[in-house]
Write a protein that binds this ligand. Structure first.
Ligand code: PLP
Length: 453
């Protein structure tokens, strides 16, 4: 690899001079220099100096089958030789997106049988937003175009993704957002539960906020509700059990479409192929990306339920939307092979019946008792650790979440890549993690917590 001709200092200097990073303070980066990850194998990533890190984030919630899978490289190379690119516009197609669509229809909940491809989760959510509005227009209700989302939701970084999302910082920089999107409270019991309120009651109250927003606008003006089954980037916020069934009941009652964003939770993370199954949700659309290819190729798939798809087909008329790389043959070939690996190795079942419960127990028994930990929570292999100053009162260290950043830095030094968001430490490892690796990760987390105390 050509990078080996460069020292780390040279790479950092070139990086600072020419490379604007996503979600990064460029001034700060220039001072600190980036960590340059150069290669990876199995559950480990390595920087240019050879420092080994257990990857607790599967890259960015995506490398579910782990690193170094020769089969994925081989299938990509073979497809590149055979047909590196052709589009699926204008009544054309290529074999791999066709076969992948069939596979996804088999894996998705029964009422979902159609797929629209893009290259990223953000693109897929742009598609979803346009598609639900197009659906209501085809149904003769173009005024039914509002979308309800939640504060702290993350739905991507394009203008539509940012508008759908509920991150204050992103909104403040965006200026004029996509109109007719409203945000209601998130189902985050740890912070928002009232004194004396049970989790169940809190879940119903958070769901009622959705109904209140529908009633305020008028159901004839509301197209859809969008939500991540578990809010990921917002801090792995797992809703109480009462939340999703009630949201679904409310959406059905008011004939509001239900859009699930499973960009993080799709393809096994929660111990089911889709978190829709975990939470018993029957959505009209499911946005997926990331683990669809385990991050080996950029690819997203918006899974479209029969209700919307049937209207598109029956009413006809062009959907004026698509991307050059919709259904990219190489990305789709890699996705097919990636899904085959997940199935062959039983990774979804392993998360459900073995590593997921073991991970939950390890967090509960080993991490939760630490004085700096206010709460641990997880579903499958997706977990969070709340860092607090005062366990009993849940008093935070600082609004900026600097304590979690300190813990994260200690964890990285101890050999575990984690993420900090606000006061929350996040874990979302490759699904190939074993019980032994979970133990090793907990050792490193405890070391980081002790150092931060
Ligand atoms: N939706 C959710 C729930 C996500 O977590 C993300 C990214 O993390 C996105 C959408 C955007 O995906 P992408 O970064 O591929 O555009």
């Amino acid at each position: 690899m050509t990078y080996q001709n460069y020292s780390l200092a040279q790479l950092q200097q070139i990086d600072a001079a020419h490379h604007l990073h996503p979600f990064t303070d460029s001034k700060e980066l220039r001072e600190a220099g980036s960590r340059v990850i150069a290669h990876a194998q199995g559950p480990y990533i390595y920087d240019t100096e050879g420092f080994e890190l257990l990857d607790g984030m599967a890259g960015l919630w995506c490398v579910n089958v782990g690193y170094g899978r020769d089969e994925l490289a081989e299938v990509a190379a073979q497809q590149m030789k055979e047909l590196p690119y052709y589009n699926s516009f204008f009544k054309c197609s290529t074999p791999t997106p066709i076969l992948l669509a069939k596979k996804l229809a088999e894996l998705a909940p029964r009422h979902i049988n159609q797929v629209f491809y893009g290259s990223s989760g953000s693109e897929a959510n742009d598609t979803a937003l346009r598609l639900v509005r197009h659906y209501w227009a085809l149904e003769g209700k173009p005024e039914k175009n509002r979308i309800i989302s939640r504060t702290m939701a993350y739905h991507g970084s394009t203008v539509a993704g940012t508008s759908l999302g509920g991150m204050a910082g992103m909104h403040s920089q965006l200026g004029g957002a996509v109109p007719n999107i409203v945000h209601v409270m998130m189902p985050y019991a740890y912070e928002l539960k009232l004194p004396g309120e049970s989790d169940h009651e809190f879940g119903l109250r958070a769901a009622k906020a959705v109904e209140d927003a529908i009633l305020e606008a008028g159901a004839d003006k509301v197209a859809a509700f969008i939500g991540e089954p578990i809010m990921g980037a917002g801090g792995v916020k797992i809703p109480p059990e009462s939340y999703w069934p009630e949201v679904q009941r409310i959406c059905r009652k008011h004939d509001v479409l239900l859009m699930l964003d499973e960009v993080i939770t799709g393809y096994g993370r929660t111990g089911e192929w889709f978190a829709a199954t975990t939470f018993g949700i029957e959505p009209d659309t499911i946005t997926t990306a990331k683990a669809l290819t385990s991050g080996y190729q950029p690819l997203s798939a918006l899974l479209v339920g029969d209700r919307i798809a049937n209207t598109l087909v029956e009413k006809g008329g062009e959907f004026y939307h698509g991307y050059t790389y919709s259904g990219h043959p190489v990305a789709c070939a890699v996705a097919l092979k990636n899904l085959e690996i997940i199935e062959r190795e039983g990774l979804v079942e392993r998360v459900k019946s073995d590593t997921g419960p073991y991970f939950a127990k390890a967090l509960r028994e080993r991490i939760a008792p630490h004085p700096l930990v206010g709460e641990v929570r997880s579903v499958g292999l997706m977990g969070a650790i709340e860092i607090v100053k005062e366990k009993a009162t849940r008093e935070r260290f600082s609004p900026e979440g600097s304590a979690a950043v300190t813990v994260r830095d200690h964890a990285i030094a101890a050999g575990l890549m984690m993420r900090a968001t606000g006061d929350t430490m996040i874990l979302s490892p490759p699904l190939i993690w074993t019980r032994e690796i979970i133990d090793m990760a907990c050792d490193r987390i405890l070391k980081a917590l002790d150092l931060a105390e």
